[in-house]
Design a protein. Sequence first.
Length: 156
Amino acid sequence: MAEELLVKKGSKEDMYEMLLPQIEGLLAGETDTIANMANVTAALKQVFDFFWTGFYIVKDGVLVLAPFQGPIACTRINYGKGVCGTAWKEARTLIVPNVDEFPGHIACNAASKSEIVVPLIRTNKVVAVLDIDSDYYNSFDTTDAKYLERICGLIF
Ligand code: SME
């Protein structure tokens, strides 16, 4: 396992392209989900310095807080609630340019302005979500969705 990530500042696409093989290397040979989620959140935090980056895992019919980087956060989110619960219900990536305009958005931290949530789907079921919050509006687009979906595909 490499000890350090090397990603030069550049376009978002270029940075994800540099990061993706390094995350593949980081996760290769490790099957523990929590360990892999922990390293993915650390890698995304280090490279992009998002305000909050973390996972919620589906446990007993509710999303429960899992490895994350950033300020303390809500521990449980119900099915269909907030951006995370909606991404779980709809089993698709949700990009929210302005959280104030998302009905039912759960404000774990008032500093969050935009958000992306990517579901992790295994055997046709959502088993977890990756949630990333930015303290700027309009931080996420289809480039983030494309690469974050690929990164989530490496976990489990
Ligand atoms: N904003 C999320 C809740 C999780 S926190 O942002 C970490 C939502 O609406 O589901």
